[in-house]
Design a protein around this ligand. Structure first.
Ligand SMILES: [Zn+2]
Length: 143
């Protein structure tokens, strides 16, 4: 019994990544027999689940991100490109209603969401090539 405890201490805490059979979302949790899905609240039985077991929360979070990205059809990017794009989409959606927006306003909003100015400018260039927006002086006009 004591040996077991010592062993567990040495091995550290374990985490698992599970696809919830109820809402089909991936989530990370501390390794346990009866986890519950943080997204839909469904109580699950670990033995029935396909799971990845890892030694750190960080690794578990990375796997969740990767799986979610794969599911969404996007390619996994360790820098979280998928989420960055999603965040950027949000900005475009919220500002797009105004048709014409000064570039600094976009950059300011992007920075608040944790996106770097350099990345946003590249993204805007891409959207311009795709014909989704037009740059007019210091303004961006959404088409
Ligand atoms: Zn769920």
């Amino acid at each position: 019994m004591i040996e077991n405890l010592e062993l567990r201490k040495k091995m550290g805490r374990k985490y698992m990544v599970v696809e919830c059979p109820s809402c089909n979302q991936y989530f990370a949790a501390t390794l346990s027999v009866k986890p519950s899905c943080p997204r839909c609240g469904k109580k699950l039985k670990a033995q029935d689940l396909q799971k990845d077991v890892v030694g750190s929360w960080k690794d578990a979070a990375k796997i969740v991100q990767k799986r979610q990205a794969e599911k969404a059809g996007g390619t996994y990017n360790p820098e979280g490109m998928c989420t960055k794009t999603e965040r950027f989409e949000e900005i475009v959606q919220s500002l797009g209603k105004e048709r014409r927006v000064p570039l600094p306003a976009i950059l300011e909003k992007a920075e608040k969401l944790g996106l770097s100015g350099e990345w946003v400018l590249k993204r805007l260039e891409y959207l311009e090539r795709e014909g989704m927006l037009i740059r007019r002086g210091g303004d961006v006009e959404f088409t």
